[in-house]
Design a protein around this ligand. Structure first.
Ligand code: GMT
Length: 377
């Protein structure tokens, strides 16, 4: 019997964590022999599509002068139906509830007697920010109830969802995972000397520069570090807080030591070069970048909020500190930078935990278990 599945995956194709996780899952499933069909308005930013089991289906969004807002969710539902029929999909797996789970529900209804189950994976902002915006509340609750299975990327997110939406259903916690190719910390394709001299530390921040990431804290932490130790700060990503951060770098007189690199497709080299990753977020349902940093042998200084304590072990793979405590965050970063032995110990512990707890094979199997459960009814 052929136990390989045909899976439709929908996600936001941007650099955000949910798209990165959905893409990585698609690639891992394809490598295991399952047929994966990505259905979205663009190929996800970090996906490598060249695998015979991996296909991309572009959702054509119809615009018309009458539409002030083109109805993407409806076009997505139609594409899901079309792909389900032509590719004989066994199930749909959607990442981010709004609008993907709504489109999947609609597709399921449209497929009628030939309907297929759909699994919804919650990533965080779909629940903590978007889902509890008053206008999205009823529809998010509705699709949480209608999904054949719901997974959340942390215990924190599961609890938030249950408490806020008061849904009476199981939510499986399946954490994010590291890509198999992030394993080798010595494989660095950038020369350190092109960024910093030997006596300078390299500090990194990677995000979508949204207010929730507290970019101004990153700048303040760096300025404090810089007073004690020569260092460079690499700011990777882009978003609304980028321009204010550039202004702040000038005000704090650290502009010559801060490089704004913009969006980067490949972050593993940067993470492997870094001495510390800063993630002082207001909240974080998981913290994929901190996990990737640990996998690349880099300790993390982050806020003690949301799902971050499920990813980073305080004092072992990084430090967890109260939101906004920039002095303590700078002190801990300096502690790591100035103590080679501690740094090496944390590098090793982070990498070991990333490989043991968050390895792709283990986590992908958890998703496969869910797929088989919904398929067996
Ligand atoms: O962090 C963002 O703003 C992007 C967002 C997304 O949905 O793409 O990230 C969320 O999902 C990631 C993958 O599961 C998690 O690692 C992030 O912690 C989560 N972001 C927040 O909760 C703020």
């Amino acid at each position: 019997m052929n136990n390989k599945l045909r899976i439709g995956i929908s996600c936001y194709p941007t650099f955000g964590g949910s798209g990165v996780v959905a893409s990585a899952l698609g690639m891992e499933l394809a490598a295991l022999g399952h047929k994966v069909h990505i259905i979205s308005y663009a190929p996800p930013a970090r996906i490598k599509l060249y695998h015979p089991n991996l296909h991309f289906h572009k959702v054509e969004v119809t615009d018309y002068p009458l539409f002030e807002y083109p109805p993407y969710s409806l076009s997505l539902a139609s594409s899901m139906v079309e792909v389900a029929q032509t590719e004989k999909l066994d199930l749909l797996h959607v990442h981010y509830a709004i609008p993907h789970a709504v489109s999947a529900y609609l597709a399921q209804e449209m497929l009628g007697d030939n309907s297929i189950p759909f699994v919804t994976t919650l990533h965080g902002t779909d629940i903590t920010l978007v889902g509890n915006a008053p206008s999205f509340m009823p529809i998010t609750k509705f699709v949480l109830e209608k999904s054949d299975a719901v997974t959340a990327v942390s215990n924190f997110l599961k609890q938030e969802t249950l408490n806020f939406f008061k849904v009476d259903r199981d939510i499986a916690v399946i954490p994010n995972f590291i890509r198999s190719d992030l394993d080798d910390c010595s494989n660095v394709n950038i020369r350190r000397s092109t960024i910093a001299s030997d006596n300078e530390a390299i500090i990194v921040h990677i995000s979508n520069f949204r207010p929730v990431k507290r970019i101004s804290d990153v700048m303040q932490i760096f300025s404090r570090i810089r007073k004690e130790k020569p260092a460079k700060l690499l700011m990777v990503g882009d978003g609304p807080e980028r321009a204010p951060a550039e202004r702040m770098a000038r005000e704090l007189k650290v502009q010559d030591d801060v490089y704004f690199l913009g969006m980067q497709l490949e972050i593993s080299d940067i993470l492997r070069l870094a001495d510390v990753l800063l993630q002082p977020s207001e909240t974080e349902s998981f913290g994929l970048t901190p996990l990737e940093a640990n996998a690349c042998c880099t300790p993390v200084i982050c806020s003690n909020v949301g799902g971050l304590p499920e990813v980073i072990v305080d004092g072992e793979t990084g430090f967890l500190l109260p939101v906004g405590d920039v002095d303590a965050m700078a002190d801990k970063a300096l502690m790591i930078i100035n103590d080679d032995e501690l740094r090496r110990k944390m590098d090793k512990a982070g990498r070991k935990r990333a490989r043991e707890v968050f390895n792709a094979a283990r986590i992908v199997n958890l998703y496969l278990d869910i797929y088989h459960q919904v398929l067996s009814g």
